[in-house]
Design a binder for this molecule. Structure first.
Ligand code: GTP
Ligand code: MG
Length: 602
């Protein structure tokens, strides 16, 4: 059949023309071809119909393309960045996520935290010993007060050090003294203690200790509670030879701390004050973000740009952070092969671990005696040292942690302190619940001032930011720069983040954290208005203070955001895993909903 085909006028038809030079015998082309006697009016109508068909077709193509992208986005992991100053609780929040949503990995990693927890405990003990040594150096040893060193059989463990064992000092007669101690929660224990160890008796030598506000006023807060009622408190501390013995007995712990620190690397170091630190809360100028992908090299580049300030801080290893530090400390799996060099290393490492556990087990009772000693507590109180409120506080768990077969609990891991160095990426898949199956990528960053330069490359492409603001810190100063108030620094950071145009469409969720410590401080009588003048004459109650801080953060966000954004806020105590689980469920669903909604809008 031969059909005459008039040349179609549309571009589609032209392209047909090019690729299929001869249609004469094609029935489909014949069917679609305009009638040979088409009038000008008909032709106009036909062409309009063709144009409309093309438009609809293009629209469908576009829609399909968008749906494909949205689907891809939906399948892509939800990305969340944790931000906030150092010790604000970022890693602790990440741990809560991991514990709740990636239980299998959590359980697999849990025992790796043992060394970190041991180190946390050793830091506290050695800190006390430093103060004790200083105090003892100022008093001459008593000729009558003598003590024997504890032997190592008490806890069934090996001697901590050859020179600390088997030494005998003449014995101190225990006297009956009555000591009230303060627990980590601020409660007083019954006033009944003499400190007795196998082979050692610590005589406290004071009758009563009153320190209602002693343990919770915070590191730089002068206690504002009523003065002690007992005049004995005002006198010199009654040091005895038992304290000297304790000091000697615990001397090997310094070396063990150094050993663990060496194994953990720079994450185990806490920042020290540097007055040359930059004053701005978020120091580095942002690089051209749109062109910077979230990669290890981008982070490393940004890091090295800031490295001139404090090189040791920029030990950036994107995608690992504390995870790799823990990796180093993972219990060594038994090797099935022969006596290879690797196995020798393994054996050595395992032996080291056993040595650490052995020393701790040997010193457990002496450590407990030191921490529970009334004179030592009184010394700490007078020096306004509140270890209970600090990071990695495990002094109330000495007995458990110094056991040779100690295994960290969930709670121990949550409370363990290991500074984040660089950026740690953590991925997990929600295991159950309404959002099961979704992949998440969480980024945890180091929060010290000099670490913040490496945050920028991560701002791009985040579904949400969780910003941790520790509201108990209103009376504290930054460890890395003692001139800067911690709350002030957090305000500055919050303001900067809210003001960034790049983040104007990113959901920012604010965690007003460390509410438990805030409560403790207020109960101890610390007044917010003494540190935050704008607080004025408001009541110094927990609820009023929380409300005040909340509205202040809200106001900063409102005034500085380039576009209006919803204010998401949660009052948290992220070491409280139960309460945090409920918060995280809300946060997780909210972030996911927002991420999917944005995907649909693409
Ligand atoms: N009491 C109490 N302690 C908390 C809370 N949140 C965190 N901590 C403790 O504070 C310490 C510091 O918390 P991290 O989560 O390590 O802080 P970070 O923000 O990751 O700090 P960097 O890694 O230095 O940036 C840890 O020992 C936590 O256990 C809280 O709400 N209450
Ligand atoms: Mg951290």
């Amino acid at each position: 059949m031969s059909v005459a085909v008039s040349r179609p006028s549309s571009s589609i038809s032209h392209s047909f023309d090019r690729h299929l030079p001869n249609y004469d015998d094609d029935p489909l082309t014949a069917a679609l071809a305009p009638p040979p006697d088409e009038t000008a009016e008909q032709r106009e109508l036909r062409e309009a119909a063709e144009a409309e068909a093309r438009r609809v077709s293009d629209e469908i193509d576009e829609q399909l393309r968008n749906e494909r992208m949205a689907l891809k986005k939906k399948k892509a992991p939800v990305k969340v960045l944790l931000l906030g100053q150092s010790e604000s609780g970022k890693s602790t929040t990440l741990k809560n996520f991991q514990m709740q949503y990636a239980r299998t990995t959590w359980l697999a990693e849990r025992s790796s935290w043992r060394a970190v927890i041991q180190l946390n405990l050793l830091r506290s003990i050695n800190n006390i010993i430093d103060h004790l040594s200083h105090a003892l150096s100022t008093v001459p040893p008593s000729p009558t007060n003598t003590t024997t060193l504890p032997n190592s059989s008490g806890s069934g463990s090996s001697p901590p050090s050859p020179h600390a064992n088997h030494q005998t000092f003449s014995h101190a007669r225990p006297s009956t003294s009555t000591i009230a101690t303060t627990t980590s929660t601020g409660q007083r224990s019954p006033p009944t203690r003499n400190v007795d160890l196998p082979g050692i008796t610590v005589t406290a030598g004071i009758e009563e200790v009153h320190h209602a506000g002693s343990d919770s006023a915070g590191a730089i807060t002068p206690p504002r509670t009523s003065p002690p009622t007992s005049p004995l408190l005002l006198g010199p501390l009654q040091w005895t030879d038992a304290h000297r013995t304790l000091k000697l007995r615990l001397a090997p712990l310094k070396g063990v701390q150094q050993d663990l620190e060496a194994r953990l690397g720079s994450a185990a170091e806490e920042p020290t004050t540097s007055t040359s630190e930059p004053h701005d809360a978020l120091p580095m100028p942002p690089p051209p973000l749109s062109s910077v992908p979230v990669t290890a090299s981008a982070a490393a580049a940004a890091a090295s740009a800031g490295a001139s300030r404090r090189p040791q801080e920029f030990y950036v290893r994107s995608r690992d952070g504390w995870k790799s530090a823990l990796e180093k400390l993972k219990p060594w799996a038994p090797s099935s092969s022969g006596d290879s060099a690797e196995e020798t290393l393994e054996k050595r490492a395992r032996r080291k671990e056993e040595e650490v556990s052995g020393v701790l087990a040997g010193c457990g009772e002496a450590m407990k005696a030191l921490w529970e000693d009334g004179v030592v507590r009184e010394m700490l109180r007078r020096k306004k040292i509140t270890l209970e409120n600090g990071p990695g506080f495990f002094l109330n768990d000495i007995e458990r942690i110094t056991k040779r077969d100690y295994e960290p609990s969930d709670d121990d891991v949550i409370r363990a302190r290991l500074r984040t160095v660089g950026v740690q990426e953590y991925s997990f898949s929600i295991e159950q619940g309404r959002t099961a199956g979704h992949e998440w990528l969480m980024y945890d960053v180091g929060g010290t001032r000099s670490s913040r330069a490496i945050w920028y490359p991560y701002f791009d492409d985040m579904d949400a930011i969780i910003f941790l603001a520790p509201i108990s810190c209103f009376d504290e100063r930054l460890a890395e720069d003692r001139r800067v108030n911690r709350l002030e620094d957090t305000y500055m950071l919050w303001k900067t983040l809210c003001g960034l145009k790049l983040l104007s469409k990113t959901q920012i969720i604010l965690f007003l954290n460390k509410c438990d410590l805030l409560e403790r401080k207020l109960q101890a009588g610390v007044r917010v208005r003494d540190y935050v003048p704008s607080y004025g004459d408001r009541e110094n109650t927990v609820e009023t203070v929380k409300k005040y801080f909340q509205s202040h953060f809200k106001e900063i966000a409102k005034q500085n955001s380039p576009e209006q954004r919803r204010f998401y806020v949660h009052l948290t105590t992220v070491v409280d895993t139960r309460a945090t689980a409920a918060t995280l469920r809300t946060v997780e669903e909210g972030i996911l909903r927002d991420s999917l909604r944005r995907a649909d809008l693409l």
